[in-house]
Design a protein around this ligand. Structure first.
Ligand SMILES: *Cc1c(COP(=O)(O)O)cnc(C)c1O
Length: 391
């Protein structure tokens, strides 16, 4: 029989450069490959498996929902999505939620909200300011927001009227604002771009510019939201409220889901017929999201992110003192980047070989986005492996 790699390479489009690992099962924060090799997972499906693998409460909620109905058109009401929306709203500054299935769709939704809002200002008000070095997903709208030509160049022409400012440079944002600007969309912590947190002063400044010029502010919290920084929403870490926030990755602990939470005019501008999704707010995904939100809010997971994240960063800083290969340690909560002085590719391979799953962000940054339930014990395991590779 052909192995999984051979089968995949033969029948699946060649859009990923994959590691030579095929998963067979996960347990807690560990995964096993088809040869039964065990890995400590500090990638978590790229910030997706927030409660790790086989969380019993998630499994039970999912099975319970499967035994009722696994899909329901948005032409009808369904309770799980209403309950997830309530949890998101009651624990944030937001008032309403739109459900979709992915981060890219959350970005698309924010573009549509900003553009429709623009029409209420003037007919030509469609300009959106995004950031250089950002990442917002792979649909044509989302790659237009993404300020990195490597994701765009083969797919021109893109959406008109999207321009790029420099991240953490308020002047460069200000220079791009005019009467036709309807929205500013940015990641509070740039993920794919290399784990760059926004300066609080920058976010405050952007908020002020939006208020002064009647512009909607959207945060793409797809990677940095839902507990990743130690608060439910990333904006809560910075204490700067956007008009809308895009969510996805970790929200349903591994089931596909996306959402935009919004307040004020951003929460009401889209009306019947403007936007929709067949699978958006899927009841099975939402039943899992409900468990995630409850555990983050009520079972100490957010505190764990703060504590373990802080410990992890301290231990990495100690490692930096001893290693000539580490240039910088940055990030917040359990979203941490280690910038190396060398190419990261080989280092990632070595980590994999030693039983640690970690990924890169850019050419020389190691990215750690583990399940939000990792402990200091797991961190020590990671540090031990890194010591073997980087010292
Ligand atoms: C991963 C990511 C996306 C895209 O999410 P998909 O679910 O792959 O479409 C968008 N924005 C950010 C910040 C991301 O990290």
């Amino acid at each position: 029989m052909e192995n999984t790699k051979t089968l995949s390479d033969k029948y699946i489009m060649n859009t990923y450069s994959r590691f030579d690992i095929a998963f067979s099962k996960g347990e807690g924060v560990y995964v096993y490959d088809e040869e039964n090799k065990k890995y400590l997972d500090f990638t978590a499906g790229i910030a997706v498996n927030s409660l790790g693998y086989q969380d019993k409460d998630c499994i039970n909620a999912i099975i319970e929902q499967l035994n009722k109905f696994n899909h329901c058109s948005n032409l009808y009401y369904s309770r799980p999505q209403a309950e997830v929306a309530k949890l998101l709203v009651e624990n944030s500054c937001f008032e309403k939620v739109f459900f979709c299935n992915s981060g890219a769709e959350a970005s698309e939704t924010m573009i549509k909200i900003a553009r429709k809002f623009g029409k209420t200002k003037n007919e030509n008000c469609s300009k959106i300011i995004a950031m250089k070095n950002s990442f917002h997903g792979r649909t044509t709208g989302a790659i237009t927001l993404t300020g990195q030509t490597k994701y765009q160049k083969s797919f021109m022409p893109l959406l008109p009227d999207i321009v790029y400012a420099e991240f953490n440079n308020l002047e460069s944002v200000k220079e791009l604002i005019d009467d036709n600007t309807c929205g500013i969309i940015l990641e509070p912590v740039q993920g794919e771009g290399g784990l760059y947190p926004a300066d609080i002063e920058f976010l405050k400044g952007v908020r002020k510019l939006c208020d002064e010029n009647n512009i909607l502010l959207g945060f793409d919290e797809v990677q940095c939201g839902i507990g990743r920084l130690g608060k439910l929403f990333a904006y809560q870490h910075f204490n700067v409220e956007p008009d809308m926030a895009g969510l996805a990755k970790g929200l349903a602990n591994g089931l596909p889901i996306g959402a935009v939470a919004a307040k004020g005019v951003a929460a009401t501008i889209l009306t019947a017929g403007d936007h929709a999704s067949t699978f958006g707010g899927n009841p099975v995904s939402c039943s899992s999201a409900k468990v995630v939100l409850n555990k983050l809010l009520n079972e100490g997971v957010l505190d764990n992110v703060c504590e373990t994240g802080k410990y992890f960063k301290e231990e990495l800083l100690k490692l930096k003192e001893k290693s000539t290969l580490i240039k910088d340690i940055r990030g917040l909560g359990l979203m941490i980047g280690v910038e190396l002085t060398i190419s990261v590719k080989e280092i990632v391979q070595k980590c994999n070989q030693k039983g640690l799953l970690v990924i890169s962000a850019g050419a020389n940054i190691l990215r750690f986005v583990p399940p939000l339930i990792v402990t200091k014990e797991h961190v020590r395991e990671v540090i031990k492996i890194l010591e073997q590779i980087l010292l």
